[in-house]
Design a protein around this ligand. Sequence first.
Ligand code: UDP
Ligand code: MG
Length: 315
Amino acid sequence: MIRILVPCFNEASVIEKTYAELTEIMQQDSRNNNYKYELLFVDDGSKDNTLSIIRQLAQQDYAVKYISFSRNFGKESAMYAGLKASVEAEALIILDGDLQHPPTLIPQMIKYFREGEDQIVAKRDRAGENLIRKRVSQLYYTIINKMVDVTLEDGVGDFRLLSQRAVKEIVNMGEYNRFSKGLFAWIGFEPKIIEYQNVNRVDGESKWSFSSLLNYGIDGLISFNNKPLRAIIYLGLFICGMSFLYILFNFIYTINYGVSTPGYFTTIFSVLFLGGIQLTSLGVIGEYIGRIYYEVKQRPLYIVRQTNLNEQEVE
Ligand code: UDP
Ligand code: MG
């Protein structure tokens, strides 16, 4: 059985359309290639009637499964829930509920899967996006790939097919601070890439604001290694070195020419500059401690309120 995982948060306006498109494609492809499929909708605590629509679909169509959370836990949690409930599927395809991930690519993904690929990734171009955002993300990926151990690719999102063993590896990583993009890269299974043209949202609105993108960027940096901590050490050493030279210079100067009082600029500069560096460094260290804090609590990533999957699957 091949399962399609669709995380949904307030998608009432498009979810039926998504269902209709997925069903059309999947019915045809599963008949032609003789396999079973299921659509698993994970309702991430939607406040509109996304859940009631999904439940209605489930009544009409046996292939529709759903998990519904007790509140909004975020897309990462929704995906994790879906992955965890799908370790029995021979393959899992993750796609957004807002039709930004064209379901028409699915048959091609399944074809590659049958040829033995473990990870097939759909990569979008950035057409239709404004130039600033395009440049900023390019820059971000150039920088981040220098810093993290895994290679993160631009335009690659969560839209992908994972084989059963890839799903199991992702599920094994039960960490609380989830940065899926990194996790997908971390497990390896060199992805096969299919390119597609960027699609704008059909309806509803994106849940990404500029600040959430910025936070996502920082998450990407910090959740994957400790290089920022290393960078602080180097920065500290560099500043120590510079200070030493400056002090030496001043010492020699004072011995030769005596004390000359004016020093307002250097004093203010060093106070502000060092203060800034110290605060930033504390922030970086704090980020890591914060993550440890959440990780050691061992809280569940989500709480299920309703589902039509059987108990062992959701567990
Ligand atoms: N989503 C979710 N939980 C959230 C936010 C989003 O499950 O807290 C889902 C949403 O329903 C959609 C997908 O994640 O299916 C991508 O969300 P969105 O379209 O807002 O992001 P974008 O496409 O702009 O990256
Ligand atoms: Mg979207």
